[in-house]
Design a binder for this molecule. Structure first.
Ligand code: APR
Length: 231
């Protein structure tokens, strides 16, 4: 059975009005990532970090999956082989479009984590340091997001998929953040065909055998239709 591994980044949710990070008006042009996306920033000012993720959680609830998310869910349903989505995104738009087999390597906005006992639960819309952990009752509640300097989730599983896939596709990611930025080279060195679907060439463009450029809501459905052998 064939296996397609698809890495998605913020660009696939851009047309759902969820911001990207490094473009003009990107999140990292408005916030200092050291303050809101590192363990040190959380230790310094947990209320600022909770406010940042509470705002993103609310945005996510108001956002809708777009045609690119829907196309990937369709590919999973109709392809006949396995289609694994590895996403750097913390939104749930893949799942709300009907996708399954989704691996969130940077965590999820819908998750809460206890920094004291590692207990995980579903995050309320607005989290704060006043929310005690439901298990150990410590006031150590944090978003279940992988911050800079922390190890992404499910890496063993992801590398297993990468090196055993028939096709690796990266959609809507700038190729600036490792380890995800290294996935295409990892796949290519294992003899896996690599394709980039993006608005413009990423920083790791030379790790892709082919590339198509344009907005995800246009180029992803077209690519899926080709894969499903429809013209
Ligand atoms: N369609 C397709 N691609 C798009 C679109 C669109 N409509 N809009 C933007 N893009 C592309 C941009 O060209 C860029 O290559 O999406 C990419 C967004 O890049 P980033 O903002 O760097 O987002 P991403 O690559 O997902 O960042 C990776 O960095 O800050 C961390 O944890 C965060 O998961 C994030 C990681």
């Amino acid at each position: 059975m064939s296996h397609i591994v698809i890495l998605t980044g913020a660009g696939i949710s851009a047309e759902s009005r969820l911001g990207t990070f490094r473009e003009k008006d990107g999140l990292w042009t408005k916030y200092d990532l050291n303050e809101v996306a590192t363990p040190e920033g959380f230790a310094r000012n947990p209320d600022l970090v909770h406010a940042f993720y509470n705002a993103r959680r609310a945005n996510c609830r108001n956002a809708q999956p777009n045609a690119a998310h829907a196309a990937l869910a369709r590919l999973q349903k109709e392809h006949g082989g396995r289609v694994t989505i590895v996403t750097q995104n913390v939104d749930d738009l893949h799942e709300r479009a009907g996708a399954t087999d989704v691996i969130h390597m940077h965590g999820t906005l819908s998750g809460a984590l206890c920094a004291a006992c590692d207990h995980r639960w579903t995050a309320p819309l607005a989290m704060s340091t006043d929310d005690p952990c439901p298990t150990c009752k410590e006031m150590a509640t944090r978003p279940d997001i992988v911050w800079f300097g922390e190890m992404p989730y499910h890496m063993d599983e992801i590398y297993h998929h990468l090196t055993g896939a028939d096709l690796f596709v990266a959609i809507g990611t700038s190729g600036n953040v490792y380890p995800a930025a290294g996935f295409a080279a990892e796949a290519q060195s294992a003899g896996v065909e690599t394709i980039e679907l993006n608005l413009e060439p990423s920083a790791t463009a030379n790790s892709f055998d082919t590339a198509r450029f344009g907005p995800a809501t246009r180029i992803v459905p077209l690519w899926v239709a080709e894969i499903l052998d429809e013209r």
